[in-house]
Design a protein around this ligand. Structure first.
Ligand code: ZN
Ligand code: ZN
Length: 398
């Protein structure tokens, strides 16, 4: 186990030297003391030395290595996840960036600046928590407290974006009216651009898939000056795992586009399709996410908002106590009502009550399982031009 210390460079106001932060509303850096507004291009941050970049490349967060960050403003030592690329110093309040984590092999090509503010993220969370009356009643008390903007963290999540051409091949058994079946084999090419795969292990893939799409035409050439005030991380996911994810998405899109070209209405069977990625290039970009994490009964519940578009996704647990109370009420109420009318009806009341109570318990457990998130995504949003079908053969099955 090794201990590696990184330089965390404080980003200061060019006018008075106080801490600055990136303001999503105006897309510029704001001084917290004198209010001076600075264009990101006008901020100079001392770049990493080759030694520092090598240290970062050598450092492996998966092996239990410890990383510390030394604030260049006050000299304090901070500890954080070993993939941290920007953080705020708890001692002097300066927003810092870590040059070693954004240079060499970890130098991002692009950054997509935050367009939604912390206040907008908090408002979206409150709206989500309250919009469904049932969820609002059933959520555990810990979720009902009013949060402050400090509970929400702005994170630049590392993403790999894939450009290229996919050559796809697939066979389908199709029919118009049974029993006449046909086999149709199609090959085609598909061009795609910026298919994203998040390169962070810490942040759930499905959470990130669900806040897509990002409007990636607004990507800016990377500059560390966009980072102050946010947390940023460098990739810790392996490249081939990300490429596999991007490929899966492209495949899903190609298959559905091919299906649209079939000569017969119905698909009886989909034979395994092949996909080959040719000329695939990956770029590395930091994309903006507002994150909120709540702990409840040993599980962590995350809420995420797309920092560019404001698309919001989350999971909310149901209180177990409230579920049982509701079920008990459902059991007892029919019996009491029946007994009030006639003493012989109580048996019917007991039966009805038991069924209703059971239904409530099962219903709530079902809702607890259903999350607002879904996984396995396609790449439809990132297709450049339609698929070109190059060959299409059809034969009647005997
Ligand atoms: Zn200032
Ligand atoms: Zn400091």
């Amino acid at each position: 186990m090794t201990d590696i210390s990184f330089r965390a460079e404080a980003v200061r106001c060019p006018h008075c030297g106080a801490p600055v932060h990136f303001d999503a509303k105006i897309g510029k850096l704001c001084c917290e003391h004198c209010g001076t507004v600075t264009e990101p291009e006008d901020i100079n941050i001392k770049e990493a030395t080759t030694d520092e970049a090598a240290k970062s490349a050598h450092y492996d967060p998966g092996t239990g290595d410890i990383a510390s960050f030394r604030c260049t403003s006050c000299g304090a030592e901070m500890y954080s996840s070993g993939v941290t690329a920007a953080l705020s110093c708890p001692y002097c309040g300066n927003n810092t960036v870590v040059p070693a984590q954004i240079s060499g092999e970890f130098a991002p090509d692009y950054v997509l600046p935050f367009a939604k503010t912390r206040e907008e993220a908090l408002a979206a969370y409150e709206n989500y928590r309250r919009k469904n009356i049932f969820k609002r009643f059933m959520q555990p008390r810990v979720f009902r407290r009013t949060l402050s903007t400090d509970d929400i963290q702005g994170v630049y999540v590392p993403f790999r974006l894939y450009d290229g051409t996919a050559e796809a091949e697939a066979s389908f058994v199709t029919y118009d009216r049974k029993p006449r079946l046909y086999t149709e084999t199609l090959t085609g090419t598909l061009e795609f651009e910026n298919v994203p795969a998040d390169a962070s292990k810490r942040i759930g893939d499905d959470l990130m898939d669900n806040i897509e799409p990002y409007e990636l035409s607004e990507l800016k050439t990377f500059s560390a000056a966009y980072l102050p005030g946010m947390l940023a991380e460098r990739p810790d996911e392996k490249k081939d795992i990300d490429e596999e994810r991007a490929k899966k998405r492209v495949k899903k899109s190609s298959v559905s586009l091919m299906k649209a070209e079939l000569n017969h209405k119905h698909v009886e069977e989909e034979r395994s399709g092949k996909i080959k990625l040719g000329r695939s290039v990956s770029h590395y970009a930091l994309l903006p996410v507002w994150l909120l994490t709540t702990r409840y009964k040993d599980s962590i519940y995350r809420f995420a908002m797309n920092g560019q578009t404001g698309k919001f996704i989350g999971e909310l647990p149901m209180s177990a106590k409230k579920t049982l109370a509701l079920a008990f009420l459902a059991l007892v109420l029919p019996i009491v009502l029946c007994m009030a009318i006639s003493t012989e009806l109580w048996a019917i009341g007991l039966t009805i009550g038991a069924f209703v109570a059971l239904a409530i318990v099962l219903g709530v457990f079902w809702i607890m399982q259903v999350k607002d998130t879904a996984s396995v995504w396609d790449a439809d949003y990132y297709i450049k031009g339609k698929i070109r079908i190059e060959s299409h053969t059809e034969k009647e099955n005997k």
